[in-house]
Write a protein of this length. Structure first.
Length: 318
């Protein structure tokens, strides 16, 4: 049976009962379509504990720590598809290490997070499990969340291991060197979210798009967008389907949109907000590709009925 993820949300009031016995059907709030609510209990339990991978709500781990969680996983011999490392004190690496040695190959999504108190994980300071161990035990990661405290050495460690497999990265950048490292090494990348903390990272974005994976289809940037960035995207990301920028940080014009329309004919989604540099000329150029399925126009003072008519005429899937 093909591996898929089932999301289980365990109410806190049932936590002890759930960990001490098999999950009851009523505890499964949301399951994958392959194991719908009409499936009998025995089949669901078999799916959960024998055939597939699961991802349990992180609220359970936040409230009770990861010890009880990893004990439960080990006892049930369950494969986890997603791993979130967010609270050093609650991440018992001594217990996780043997589990990951056995089951790490099933993990495809790893998040190095910041908890609500602002405490950041330093994998290299945790006893028993180092960053390079995690890379060794989990060779098939395709989705990665990297916080801003990661150093260039940390990036080297994870990318040397996962660059061949990673398809989606969500990263917070405070150094342009790290951005270029991702661009050059992750040549299979399809989706990227970049949170920019310094101007040096922003100014490196055009160069990043010159060297990045040509397979990128989804981009989310928390920085201002310029015509230069759109021109580089148009020239080097021909398969782009969706692009999002931070609100109120848009500095592009019709010139950039026209370039995007020519270079990225598969673009399906675009959000225009608070940008009076965009007129009917730019929007109509994008519409004439006919590939748009979703578009947002908010406080766009120079857009008239003329481009709306073009959208309705050309974009039949909108």
């Amino acid at each position: 049976m093909k591996l898929f993820e089932i999301l289980i949300n365990l109410p806190a009031s049932l936590i002890h009962e759930s960990f001490d016995s098999f999950l009851q059907l009523k505890d499964i709030v949301r399951v994958d379509s392959a194991a719908c609510s009409s499936t009998d209990r025995a089949c669901i339990l078999n799916t959960l504990y024998e055939a597939n991978a699961i991802c349990i709500s992180e609220l359970v781990i936040l409230k009770y720590g990861s010890d009880i969680f990893v004990d439960w996983l080990t006892k049930r011999n369950v494969n986890v598809s997603a791993l979130s490392i967010s609270i050093p004190n609650n991440f018992n690496t001594i217990k996780w290490k043997p589990y990951l040695q056995k089951h790490g190959k099933h993990i495809s999504n790893i998040s190095f997070c910041q908890d609500i108190l602002g405490t950041l994980v330093d994998m290299n300071s945790l006893d028993g499990l180092k960053l390079h161990d995690l890379c060794e035990y989990c060779p098939n990661v395709h989705t990665l969340l990297i916080p801003k405290h990661f150093t260039e050495v940390d990036y080297d460690t994870v990318l040397n291991c996962w660059a061949h497999s990673v398809r989606a990265i969500n990263c917070t950048m405070n150094c342009s060197n790290l951005l270029m490292l991702v661009g050059k090494k992750c040549q299979q990348l399809e989706q990227i979210t970049i949170r920019v903390w310094t101007q040096s990272v922003h100014f490196a974005l055009p160069e990043f798009f010159r060297v990045c994976s040509p397979a990128i289809t989804h981009i989310n940037l928390s920085t201002w967008c310029t015509d230069e960035i759109l021109h580089e995207l148009a020239a080097h990301c021909p398969g782009l389907m969706q692009i999002t920028f931070a609100r109120h940080l848009r500095h592009y014009s019709d010139d950039g949109i026209i370039a995007l329309a020519k270079g990225c004919p598969a673009l399906q989604m675009f959000n225009f907000q608070d940008n009076h540099r965009i007129t009917d000329v730019g929007l109509s150029a994008l519409a004439r590709n006919g590939s748009l399925t979703s578009i947002s126009l908010y406080e766009m003072g120079n857009i008239t009925d003329a481009s709306i008519t073009t959208l309705s005429r050309c974009c039949h899937n909108l």
